[in-house]
Design a protein around this ligand. Structure first.
Ligand code: ADP
Ligand code: MG
Length: 458
C-alpha cells in the first residue's frame, strides 16, 4: 500500500472543482476566491480565509460537502481547519491552482508594486480589489483580457453602467496592470472633463502640438465618462482625431460612459460609430451575494469588525450603487471610532438612516396611492373635491400619515392634496387623532399603510 500523501493540495483542488460544478459561478466567486489552501496535517486540511465572517459562512455552506469529497478522494477521513489570515497577496501562499482564483481581499498596505504608481492612476483600483459577480463578470473578464493583451482584443472597448458601479475602477485596473506588466507601453488615463480642460488650455497656451502628442503617443488610452462629451463640439473633434490615429496604429482604447452609446445624445454620428466599433459592455448593479462579498472585502481592508447581520442589513438596503455601500460603511466606522461604541444592528439602522428609504424621503404621491388603493379609490378621488364620507376619511387619513412621516408643512401638504388650505390639513389630522382614541383598529391600519408606503419607496 502507498503511504498516505503528505500534501493534500491536489485533492483540495479536485474537491473545489467538484463543488464548482455544482454551484453557480456567482457563489463560487463569492466564497471560493477568498480561500487558500494552507497546508495539511495528518487528518486536517488547513485553509486560509480572510475573516471570521468568511470562515463562518464557508463552514456553514460547504464544510461537510468539502470534507466528504476530500475524504473520498484521499481515501482517509479528513477534516477542514480554517485559519484567518490576510495574505500578503497571492504570492506568499504557494498554491498550484491560483490561476483559477482571484487573490483574496488584500490589506491596502501589502501590495508593493515593483514600479512606483502611475501618476494618473489610483493604485487602489486593481483587479484584485474588484469583486466579481454575475452582474459584472463579463466586464471584469473583458477588462482582464484587455490588460493582458492590449490592442489585440476588444479594441476599442466601451464599458457603460450607472453611477458607482465600478467603471472607473475597471478602467484604472486595466491601466495599473498594463503599467506594471508592460514597462515599455505608455498608459494614459484621463476623464473627459480633464481632457476638455487640457485641450482648452492648450489652445490658450498655443501648446496644441504637445497636447496632441501626449494622447496620440499612448499605447493604452483610457477615457473615463464620455457622456460629458455631449455639447462639447471642439473636444469631440479632437477626440475623434485622436481615436483615428490610435485605432490605425492598433493602440488600445477603453472608454466608460454612464449610458449606452445609443443614448449619448448630441454626439456626432462619426464619433458614435467609433464607440460602437468595438466591444460594448454593460455593467449591472451587483446582486445581493456580490454586495455581501464587496462589503466584506471593504470591512477586511479596513481591519474593523462589523457583525454579519449588520453587513446583511446594509446590503439589503443599498442595492444599486457600490459607492453608497462604501460610504455607509465609512460612516459606520467613523461613528464607532468617534463614540467608541461597537457596531450593532441598532446603531447601524439609526446611523445609516439617510442611506435607506426612510419615511423622510417618501413621496406624498406614494402615500396617496397606497391609501387610495386600500380603500378602492382612485388617486383623483383622494385629491379631488368630493366630500362623501367614503372619500373624506381616507383623504384625512392620508393627510395624517403624510404629516406623520414626512417633513412637509401643513401648507405643503394642502398643496399636495388638490390645493387645499393648511387649516383643512390641520383639521384632518385632529379628526384622525380623535378617532384613533376610540377606534382601536386604526393604529394597526396606519402602521400597515406606512409599511406598505416605505416598501414601495425602496
Ligand atoms: P463609477 O466610475 O462607475 O461611478 P467607481 O469605479 O468610482 O464607479 O466605483 C465606486 C466605488 O465602488 C469605488 O471605490 C470602487 O472601488 C468600488 N467598487 C465598485 N464596484 C466594485 C466591486 N465589484 N468590487 C469592489 N469595489 C467596487
Ligand atoms: Mg467613474
Amino acid at each position: 500500500m502507498n503511504a498516505p500523501p503528505r500534501d493534500y493540495e491536489p485533492f483540495w483542488t479536485e474537491a473545489v472543482a467538484q463543488i464548482r460544478s455544482e454551484i453557480t459561478e456567482q457563489e463560487y466567486h463569492t466564497w471560493f476566491s477568498s480561500m487558500r489552501y494552507a497546508g495539511a496535517d495528518n487528518s486536517q486540511v488547513r485553509l486560509y480565509v480572510p475573516s471570521s465572517f468568511y470562515r463562518d459562512q464557508i463552514a456553514h455552506r460547504y464544510r461537510s460537502k468539502l470534507e466528504e469529497s476530500l475524504s473520498e478522494l484521499s481515501g482517509q477521513p479528513l477534516r477542514l481547519a480554517f485559519e484567518i489570515r490576510r495574505t500578503n497577496g497571492a504570492a506568499t501562499v504557494p498554491t498550484a491552482h491560483t490561476k483559477h482564483l482571484q487573490p483574496p481581499p488584500a490589506a491596502t498596505s501589502v501590495t508593493r508594486p515593483d514600479r512606483p504608481p502611475h501618476p494618473q492612476l489610483n493604485i487602489e483600483y486593481r483587479f484584485s480589489r474588484f469583486v466579481e459577480g454575475d452582474s459584472n463578470s463579463f466586464a471584469v473578464n473583458a477588462a482582464a483580457a484587455i490588460a493582458k493583451n492590449p490592442g489585440r482584443t476588444y479594441n476599442p472597448c466601451l464599458i457603460y453602467g450607472g453611477v458607482g458601479l465600478g467603471k472607473t475602477h475597471l478602467l484604472q485596473a486595466i491601466g495599473n496592470k498594463v503599467y506594471q506588466e508592460y514597462r515599455d507601453l505608455r498608459v494614459v488615463y484621463v476623464t473627459v472633463e480633464s481632457f476638455t480642460n487640457e485641450f482648452i488650455q492648450s489652445i490658450r497656451d498655443k501648446t496644441g502640438h504637445r497636447f496632441k502628442k501626449r494622447y496620440r503617443l499612448a499605447d493604452v488610452l483610457l477615457i473615463d465618462d464620455v457622456q460629458y462629451l455631449q455639447g462639447k463640439t471642439e473636444t469631440q473633434q479632437e477626440l475623434f482625431h485622436t481615436f483615428n490615429s490610435l485605432y490605425d496604429a492598433d493602440k488600445q482604447m477603453v472608454f466608460s460612459s454612464d449610458r449606452p452609446v445609443t443614448e449619448l445624445k448630441s454626439l456626432p454620428d462619426r464619433l458614435i460609430n467609433r464607440f460602437e466599433r468595438g466591444l460594448n459592455i454593460d455593467l449591472q448593479p451587483p446582486d445581493y451575494e456580490t454586495r455581501i462579498a464587496i462589503l466584506t472585502q471593504k470591512v477586511d481592508e479596513n481591519g474593523v469588525s462589523v457583525p454579519s447581520d449588520v453587513i446583511e442589513m446594509i446590503c439589503r438596503n443599498i442595492e444599486s450603487n457600490v459607492r453608497d455601500l462604501e460610504k455607509a460603511l465609512t460612516k459606520l466606522i467613523a461613528y464607532s471610532n468617534l463614540v467608541n461604541r461597537t457596531i450593532t444592528l441598532d446603531v447601524a439602522s439609526r446611523e445609516l438612516r439617510e442611506f435607506f428609504a426612510t419615511p423622510f424621503n417618501i413621496a406624498v404621491d406614494t402615500i396617496q396611492r397606497v391609501t387610495a388603493e386600500h380603500y378602492g379609490l382612485t388617486l383623483s378621488d383622494l385629491k379631488g373635491k368630493k366630500r362623501t364620507k367614503a372619500i373624506a376619511f381616507p383623504r384625512q387619513l392620508a393627510m395624517y400619515i403624510t404629516r406623520d412621516i414626512t417633513e412637509l408643512s401643513t401648507t405643503e401638504i394642502g398643496q399636495e392634496f388638490g390645493g387645499r388650505d393648511h387649516t383643512t390639513v390641520m383639521h384632518a389630522c385632529q379628526r384622525v387623532a380623535e378617532r384613533k382614541r376610540t377606534d382601536s383598529s386604526l393604529d394597526p391600519l396606519i402602521a400597515h399603510l406606512i409599511h406598505a408606503t416605505t416598501q414601495r419607496s425602496r
